[in-house]
Ligand binder design. Structure first.
Ligand code: ARG
Length: 470
């Protein structure tokens, strides 16, 4: 196949070079954006009197036919034509003749690929936002079901203080809200229109970049042609967002792995979301969680790769920038897959309420509450801490937990102890009393559920708003 840039060359490209240089294997997924962008460009060229109207009409019709062919699987992508841009343009000219050869007026692949990537990113932001909201909803639904499910909260992976399973899940719900906000930031970085920057220095033709932006629903236009063709910040921002979201999901994965172990026994994954062992008949493994945790590493890798690719590049376009795609696409696929499978896995898992309850009853996670009890009786906290520390050591020596120590024994440590100390030790009372804003008290979490519903409704409205801007 003759190269679209073949004029100054007297030899064919070496086969290995064709294969090494080509991006068609992975950038073909930009076909929809490439065609839509070219239609907007051709329409603008005609409007500005740069190409004849009839030619623009032929171009638009030809591109629409090519779109149909690609979607029907009737398009032969050619590696010698390097990338999606030249594959489509070559096919167009083959079909409609000279008119097709006018499409690339006032345009370079450098601004063309930037345009495609910006449009593609916007579409993916909307799809990912929908999956993220779905995941948040799943978490909120399970949290609401377990508003009264007591469990130990951990620090250092040691039992710390009683909480509810709802409170634990709501912590993740809150992280995801920050992820949603970051995703909106990604949208902002992608919603800038680069076409018309040409290869580097704009064009001599009287183009109308704002008309292109308007046709393609872009919020603004790059104000500097060199920045337009070399900017990859929006991809770095996406990968950074994706890394953080994967990190959150990976932390949850780690908890699911722990909680589904026999040692914890807090949850059991649905059979449809767990896997067995080829050798050990008894095994039920949390592979999905392990994979989400494992795949987090490769998303981080893509972020690091993109940052590294960009760091040494002089302005403006360098072929290194073609390396922005595979990691970006893989991060999108990995993230979407992880979000989708997690939403369903969470909704179907069994929560062992009794096991959690037992765990929080047979531990010392109520020790702080006993210290607080003494504080309410007038003892300064640091002293109360000391007294209860001694009570704990005594109980451990006796092989007992705090509620099993008699009042007489308690009196030996402080005469402030009264019979009502037993109430202070009950895990449900420990939780109910933690009414500080953001605390695990049942009343506080009820407020968070209402707030959660409002947040999800607002996020859904935002997603609908963004869809109108695609
Ligand atoms: N396939 C290229 C990329 O993804 C398109 C731009 C190529 N431009 C160029 N002058 N070689 O970056």
């Amino acid at each position: 196949m003759a190269k679209l840039w073949g004029g100054r060359f007297s030899k064919n490209t070496n086969e290995l070079v064709d294969a090494f240089n080509a991006s068609i294997e992975f950038d073909k997924r930009l076909y929809h954006e490439d065609i839509r962008g070219s239609i907007a460009h051709a329409t603008m060229l005609a409007k500005c009197g740069i190409i004849p109207k009839e030619d623009a009409e032929k171009i638009v019709a030809g591109l629409k036919d090519i779109l149909k062919d690609i979607e029907a699987g009737n398009f032969n992508f050619d590696i010698a034509l390097e990338d999606i841009h030249m594959n489509i343009e070559a096919r167009l000219t083959e079909r409609i003749g000279a008119a097709g050869a006018r499409l690339h007026t006032a345009r370079s692949r450098n601004d063309q690929v930037a345009l495609d990537m910006h449009m593609y990113m916007k579409r993916e932001v909307v799809e990912i936002a929908e999956l993220l909201v779905q995941f948040e909803e799943a978490l909120l639904t399970v949290a609401k079901k377990h508003d009264k499910t007591l469990m130990p909260g951990y620090t250092h992976l040691q039992r710390a203080q009683p909480i509810t399973f709802a409170h634990h899940l709501l912590a993740y719900f809150n992280m995801l809200q920050r992820d949603f906000r970051r995703l909106l930031g990604v949208w902002d970085g992608a919603d800038i229109m680069p076409l018309g920057a040409g290869a580097i220095a704009g064009t001599t033709f009287p183009i109308d970049r704002f008309f292109v932006a308007e046709q393609l629903n872009f919020g603004s236009v790059y104000a500097n042609s060199m920045d337009a063709v070399s900017d990859r910040d929006y991809i770095i921002e996406f990968l950074s967002f994706a890394s953080t979201l994967m990190m959150h999901m990976s932390r949850l994965s780690e908890e699911f792995c722990l909680w589904s172990s026999t040692e914890f026994g807090f949850i059991e994954l649905d059979d449809a979301f767990a896997t067995g062992s080829s050798m050990m008949p008894q095994k039920k493994n949390p592979d999905i969680s392990e994979l989400v945790r494992g795949k987090t590493g490769r998303v981080y890798g893509h972020l690091m790769a993109m940052l590294t690719t960009a760091k040494g590049l002089p302005l403006t376009y360098n072929k290194d920038l073609q390396e922005d795609k595979e990691g970006f696409f893989d991060a999108i696929d990995t993230l979407k897959f992880s979000l989708a499978v997690y939403s369903d896995m969470i909704k179907t898992m069994t929560v062992n309420v009794d096991r959690m309850r037992e765990a929080v009853s047979k531990d010392f996670s109520n020790a702080t509450d006993l210290a607080d009890y003494l504080v309410r009786k007038g003892l300064p906290f640091r002293m109360a801490h000391e007294v209860v520390g001694k009570c704990v050591a005594y109980a451990i020596g006796e092989g007992k937990f705090l509620p099993e120590i008699s009042l007489d024994e308690y009196k030996k440590f402080s005469d402030l102890f009264e019979a009502d100390l037993l109430d202070a030790l009950k895990p449900e009372n420990c939780v109910a009393a933690r009414t500080s804003y953001g605390g695990p008290a049942f009343t506080e979490n009820d407020k968070q559920f209402v707030r959660g519903d409002e947040i999800i409704a607002a996020q859904k409205a935002k997603v609908e708003e963004l869809k109108q801007k695609l």
